[in-house]
Ligand binder design. Structure first.
Ligand SMILES: NC(=O)c1ccc[n+]([C@@H]2O[C@H](COP(=O)([O-])OP(=O)(O)OC[C@H]3O[C@@H](n4cnc5c(N)ncnc54)[C@H](O)[C@@H]3O)[C@@H](O)[C@H]2O)c1
Length: 362
């Protein structure tokens, strides 16, 4: 097996390091009496179909999807660790998408005040984003990621080979986060998305491997500088304020995160233009790329509950989005702040008036 690696450290957060390994083929977590692997039913089905092997003994299989990113599932992980007799020196391994990685990491962070943690992300989104940087969470009281900790994995194993079996919607969800990273930090990566669109959509392993590695490196640099999201790390929320409003309005888990993020980025570009911050040339270039990949860049997303369907009063979709933005846990003192771009790789975080937000949603 050909493996390459590098290490992220967190100087601002203490002595923790994450060793990141890139594998050319599939990596399966090792089983031992002091490990607990957590995965979901879809990964377990792939295993049953003979696509790869997981260890039955030390593996907890949870139901799949955002609907199950709950305190109940967190409890099941902790119970399984106790049943297995894991001590503080035990190792939890999250083997799955962002949901499994986030919850396993959360469980590891609170088990006996902090046990070992390794992650093997199996979705594109988890490889380029969720598994990198130590944010852990589960949803609570209907609010996404309402509880969680900062707790980096000691090892992160990235295997682009897992992407072969990803459903198309999940693949595209991860692509949106990768495009976001390119817009924030790497104009060369952004132009690769345009140049290599056919290869990207065909999941060409070499092209994708390069994209994943670059996104991991870029996110690692940001996280090293601002582990607990007091400053620069907030930039990674480009498009996310609009995206969370859409996800909440549609219902948690009813639309992929990346689909919502791509739409949210287009709204942020329009908001930036309205405020005179974003250069119209950059907004046009970025929205054209998003549209070429098939993401909605229009003010009203087709999945937003439509007044005509009787779910919202006529004309109220923009106000509904705004209400969800105001209830977002990241808003302080009622002012909704947005990640806005001046141009490629030049980003600022600024508040916006309600009237401005409503304007880019109609
Ligand atoms: N911690 C962070 O910094 C961070 C960053 C971004 C997103 N997130 C979180 O990540 C979550 C979304 O992650 P996700 O998009 O990976 O969702 P997910 O974990 O629900 O996975 C998506 C679907 O793909 C299936 N799947 C996983 N790997 C597969 C494979 N190799 N082949 C076939 N099917 C596979 C899963 O079973 C699931 O049905 C959200 O909860 C979000 O909040 C966290």
């Amino acid at each position: 097996m050909n493996t390459r690696s590098f290490t992220i450290s967190y100087p601002a957060a203490g002595p923790g390091n994450t060793d990141i390994f890139f594998h050319d083929s599939i990596y399966i977590p090792e089983d031992s009496p002091c490990t607990l692997t957590v995965t979901d039913e879809h990964i377990a089905d792939l295993y049953k179909a003979g696509l790869f092997k997981i260890q039955d003994e030390g593996t907890l299989v949870l139901p799949a999807g955002e609907k199950y990113k709950t305190p109940e599932m967190l409890g099941r992980i902790l119970e399984a660790a106790l049943d297995r007799g894991l001590g503080r020196d035990g190792v939890f391994t999250g083997f799955g998408g962002g949901v499994i990685c986030d919850m396993t990491a959360f469980a590891a962070s609170v088990y006996m005040r902090g046990a070992g943690l390794e992650l093997v992300p199996t979705t594109l989104l988890a490889m380029v984003d969720a598994a990198v940087g130590g944010k852990t969470a589960c949803d609570f009281g209907g609010a996404k990621n309402a509880v969680g900790t900062f707790y980096p994995a000691s090892k992160l194993h990235i295997c682009p080979a897992f992407i072969d079996t990803l459903p198309e919607a999940e693949y595209r969800s991860g692509l949106a986060e990768a495009v976001k990273t390119a817009m924030l930090y790497d104009p060369e990566l952004f132009s690769l998305f345009r140049r290599e669109k056919a290869a990207v959509l065909a999941r060409d392993r070499a092209v994708l491997g390069g994209i994943i590695r670059r996104c991991v490196e870029l996110k690692a640099q940001v996280v090293e500088e601002d582990f607990t999201e007091k400053g620069r790390r907030m930039e990674l929320n480009l498009g996310h304020t609009f995206a969370h409003a859409l996800e909440s309005a549609v219902g948690l888990g009813e639309i992929t995160h990346g689909e919502a993020v791509a739409w949210g980025i287009a709204r942020a570009l329009d908001l930036g233009m309205l405020k005179g911050i974003t250069s119209p040339g950059w907004a046009e270039e970025a929205k054209t790329l998003l549209a070429e990949y098939g993401w909605c860049t229009l003010p009203q997303h087709p999945r937003m509950p439509h007044p005509a369907a009787g779910k919202l009063p006529p004309g109220s979709a923009p106000q509904t989005s705004l209400r969800f933005m105001k209830s977002d846990k990241k808003q302080r003192g009622g002012a909704v702040r947005f990640v806005l771009q001046r141009e490629a790789a030049v980003t600022e975080i600024l508040p916006a008036e309600d009237s401005e937000v409503l304007e880019v949603l109609k």
